[in-house]
Design a protein around this ligand. Structure first.
Ligand code: KG4
Ligand code: ZN
Length: 346
């Protein structure tokens, strides 16, 4: 294993992520080089309920976790002996799902006498920007201070990252998270779960100017709000239906998506300027959104880091990356740690 240029001790981390409906494991070297990553998605199982069914999710994790870890080590051509530390998502997430990953990681750490590192899932999303496939050239490493927009199904936050593991939370959503708004609006438009990718698909070719949906700027704060936008879409749909019109789903989806992207992009840029950030980082499930990615990449005057699509939604590579920096910077956890279903980043 090569020594990291940053001077941190080298380490190979086996990471486990079970916070929601993906059972995932990964092996990562020195916080960046991804040797293998396996994600067993439960999407098909939850689709019939229109959202994640927590009890079903935890039972599915129990069935998948060991095969997923075995497959991950096999793909990396490694055994547990070749691993220096274990990282696991500690929270936030569904309690019953988190427990499966946590107990598996504890068992492996105890049985092999290796350190265990509990990782905040949102911190993991941020560190997805550090990851690159081990067989490719390293992507440029993000430099601090970084303005980080975290947009997932449960969170929407602007964080100023001043150094590794150092966050200043500037603002967050006052109501729905951006991903939650995508999921709820998809239901209103009768589009399949999960809502984000469905809306993105429906929006292709739609007229994003047809409906002038509200943008909650919340000026003077770095907070967000998406529930007014969601309600505006709902009322528009109800009016159209009352008038017996066929729903212009593409135009509604495109206009909604544009309203979300406008707010996320503009507030991130303004915050980056205000706080003297050198670069911008966008992460979390909604960072998979094509319109958001293209807008940030083409219009920001800052270097931009957005993880590849496979690392935007939940995965264990990001947990391994964050876990490595925690481990290398002396923050290994005790074996007594427990899951924290709600656990703010800062
Ligand atoms: O990070 P993530 O996989 O799980 C959480 O930590 O919450 O994020 C899931 C969220 C869901 O709300 C999903 O609809 C949204 O990310 N999402 C998207 C896209 N892909 C996933 N939202 C907009 N456009 C997408 N392409
Ligand atoms: Zn996530």
């Amino acid at each position: 294993m090569e020594e990291e240029v940053s001077g941190l001790k080298p380490a190979r981390v086996l990471a486990i992520e079970t916070s929601c409906d993906e059972t995932a494991a990964a092996v990562i070297e020195n916080g960046r080089a991804l040797l293998s990553s396996v994600v067993a998605s439960q999407m098909g199982i939850h689709a019939r309920y229109g959202g994640v069914f927590p009890e079903v999710a935890s039972r599915q994790h129990v069935l998948s976790i060991i095969p997923v870890i075995e497959q991950t080590l096999d793909k990396a051509k490694l055994s547990l002996n070749d691993i220096d530390a274990l990282a696991v998502t500690q929270g936030p997430g569904l309690a019953g799902s988190l427990v499966v990953g946590m107990n598996t990681a504890k068992g492996l750490a105890l049985g092999s006498n290796k350190p265990l590192i509990g990782v905040n899932h949102m911190e993991g999303h941020l560190y997805s920007a550090w990851v690159y496939p081990a067989d490719q050239n390293p992507a440029p490493e993000p430099t601090f201070p970084l303005m980080a927009l975290l947009v997932s199904g449960g969170h929407t936050e602007l964080n100023l990252m001043t150094d590794h593991l150092k966050y200043q939370r500037l603002g967050s959503t006052l109501d729905d998270a951006a991903g939650e708004a995508f999921d709820k609006v998809a239901r209103v438009l009768e589009l399949p779960y999960p809502g984000g990718p469905s809306i993105q698909k429906a929006a292709e070719g739609g007229d994003s100017k047809r409906f002038d949906f509200p943008r909650a700027w919340l000026e003077g704060t770095w907070n967000f709000s998406f529930s007014g936008l969601k309600t505006a879409v709902l009322y528009t749909v109800q009016d159209l239906k009352k008038n017996g019109e066929v729903l212009p789903v593409s135009d509604l989806a495109a206009s909604f998506q544009q309203a979300v992207v406008d707010v996320l992009f503009k507030k991130t840029i303004l915050a980056a300027r205000e706080f003297g950030a050198k670069e911008i980082l966008v992460a979390g499930g909604v960072s998979a959104n094509k319109s958001l990615r293209e807008t940030v990449k083409s219009q920001a005057e800052f270097p931009v880091h957005i993880p590849p699509l496979s690392l935007c939604t939940d995965n264990a590579a990001m947990i391994g990356a964050a876990g490595y920096f925690r481990y290398a910077l002396g923050h290994a956890s005790k074996l007594e740690i427990d899951v924290l279903p709600t656990w703010p980043l800062s």
